[in-house]
Design a protein around this ligand. Sequence first.
Ligand code: URA
Ligand code: CA
Length: 393
Amino acid sequence: MTPQETANLTMAMMHSGDVVDLSDLPGVKLDKHSTGGVGDTTTLVVAPLVAACGGTVAKMSGRGLGHTGGTLDKLESIPGTSIEQSMDRFKEIVRENGVSVIGQTGNLVPADKKLYALRDVTATVRSIPLIASSIMSKKLASGADAIVLDVKTGTGAFMRTEEEAFRLAKLMVSIGTLVGRKVRALVTDMNQPLGMAVGNALEVREAVQLLSGEIAETDPLYEVCMLLGENMMMLADLADNELEAKQKLQNAIKDGSGLKRLQKMISLQGGDSSYLTVENMEKLVAVKQHIEVTADKDGFVSSMNAEKIGTAAQLLGAGRAKKEDAIDPAVGLVMKVRCGNAVKNGDSLCTLYVNNDQYLKDAEELLHESIEITPEKGEIRPMIYGVVTEKDV
Ligand code: URA
Ligand code: CA
């Protein structure tokens, strides 16, 4: 399919159900979307940071399935928080606080579910135009004027190669341009978890740590959050250039205004925001036992399999195999190493947060399989492969 044909399909899909109208909110309505990652808690960092810098972030999010986590499940790990808000209340929260994240309305792009079932039986699940129209129809129906996408590539991602990821990224930016929205797309690495935490409250804790200035600027999660935020700010004309945007975002970390927006969003959505400090988040990740997964030799962490790491967290109860499954908000794992790190025999590779040990052995086995230790350091992949802007298509 050509970009124009794909854009036509996308618009037809978008109009198959409810289309959210955010036009009565002030400013450029911003959204972000990731094609699914492990340890990706960027929404909880970037949405409030951009709001603190003057942005209007009205985001509809999804639940986790399989090895990837979902923002809604992370939000619900904070007691009382409701991701179900009426459209009027959602807009009220955005008006007051600059940011709200809720679940998708019931009838958003019903054609997508039918097409997906057809793709399943016609071997077209991996068709790039069909993926692009599936993602973009839902984003466009959610009402944002400007969208920053994060297309993941690697073992934990839908797009296994960098080349495929750039094709998808360019096509989605083209669709946006053809239908009059502003869209940019990052292509980032998913060969290892983005953050160190994999699990619901554990990822909220990491987001709170980042917003509290406790995560280094060189950390991959920090870098990807900045790049997402910078591009959102550029699309909304909230900065003259990327450097200025980054400085504003960093100020919103330093002065605590980003964290305040997240706290306020949680309390406006019925949650107990007193948990959202580095100290109090400990209460939400309290579990029966912590178990270390250790290196069985000296060497370097040369590769990881993010999909298997996500599945290990799911086995501990952090995720669902089927839509109906319950999750335990406190459990999951925290990585102790990144690709390229040197380790000694017996060093911890990650800490498991366990309440139910039914599948603990399977989770441990998966983690040993996922983290490869070799005598040589080998080549380390970059975290960020590039950004596709409206000028590139
Ligand atoms: N995400 C979607 O929403 N649709 C696809 O087809 C693939 C990923
Ligand atoms: Ca997600």
